[in-house]
Design a protein around this ligand. Sequence first.
Ligand SMILES: Cc1cc2nc3c(=O)[nH]c(=O)nc-3n(C[C@H](O)[C@H](O)[C@H](O)COP(=O)(O)OP(=O)(O)OC[C@H]3O[C@@H](n4cnc5c(N)ncnc54)[C@H](O)[C@@H]3O)c2cc1C
Length: 383
Amino acid sequence: MSESAMTQSKAATTVELLDVVVIGGGAAGVGVSVALRHAGIENFVVLDRGTVGSSFASWPAETRFITPSFPTNSIGMLDLNSIAIGVSPAFSLEVEHPTGEEYASHLRGVAQFFELPVREQTDVLRVTKVGDHFRVDTAEGTLQAKHVIWAAGEFHYPRLNGFQGSELCRHTATVGSYEELEGDEFIVIGGYESGVDAAYHLACHDKAVKLFDKGSPWQDESSDPSIVLSTYSLERMREEWFEEQVELFPNTPIASVSQIDDGYEVKALDGRWFRTSTPPLLAGGFEGSHKLVANLFEQRDDGFPVLSEHDESTSTSGLFLCGPAVRHENHVFCFIYKYRQRFAVVAKAIATSLGLPAEELENYRKWGMYLDDLSCCGEECVC
Ligand SMILES: Cc1cc2nc3c(=O)[nH]c(=O)nc-3n(C[C@H](O)[C@H](O)[C@H](O)COP(=O)(O)OP(=O)(O)OC[C@H]3O[C@@H](n4cnc5c(N)ncnc54)[C@H](O)[C@@H]3O)c2cc1C
């Protein structure tokens, strides 16, 4: 075969046309794929640069779910951390607050049970729309698809900037285990869930911790854990050793971190400075993977993608977003029990575009898994 014929035949074998490509095999990618199955969609794949649940498997060893799992399914209320009807991490794992590793194994079990067409170790490099179809370039080859669901999450894309010298800090997403960190004193920058989690585990090991936040998440008042600290973390902060070992610095934005002879100097915007021998831990959240496909979405003022009522891009039809970056007005879908309610909405929109009735998705409504009326959200608790 001539060289050009070989190139053509290679190109012909690497490009396949699928109805849907799901990018990311985390909680969102697996959950929405189960909904695609229930919608009668067969011709799809789930791509993951690692393995199913690899973000969860990379959490610090001690970190646990803040949202509790309980086997409530038997009375028609889905386990808070479940991503599919009939599934309960509490039941399968027999733990209330799973570790990341435990939840990753649960996700792998769900993917196997529903026989999802997962392709692991497939890093998506680029998504482009050419005519009516998407071109998905991966390190392993190119796929073509009529629809793309972006579910690549946040964990692989930590926020590493924000102040001068932030690159000298260690993001909590890179910590394998708090127990293994060397040193007796730590500075943690960021006092929301991950920062309190880091401080809690360090305090458990008798480390002295200074915890800084530009606001005061542990004092703010709201019943929405997307805005304030969860009950689980507030309870942890009341432990005797937490109060003894952790010094809180609310309303103290950090201006810079610099390296000095025997460690690091952390300067606050109010002029105070602090020294530590260990690299400051950065718990400043995540940039999010949606930045990779920002050109395919319109942007809200806060940088999150503008979405249609079906979580579809308003500028690139056929491209959907699933997971914690979903925002509608002031509704933040950053927890599993929130964003899972949009899986069926996305699956229904794609099924409709493919001419499939997707009647089975109606069952999602009675399980609180089909939220297409957002006027219900935002009610504050009164007591
Ligand atoms: C420390 C921590 C604790 C949390 N605790 C809770 C909790 O208690 N309850 C709760 O509801 N939520 C919690 N969250 C939020 C929760 O983890 C996220 O909601 C969840 O991980 C998001 O799921 P996802 O599928 O969108 O992303 P991920 O779980 O991150 O999955 C994304 C997948 O996409 C893959 N990927 C990324 N980029 C690419 C690419 N370019 N090509 C191919 N594949 C790619 C990754 O390998 C990964 O497997 C927590 C988050 C963190 C960081």
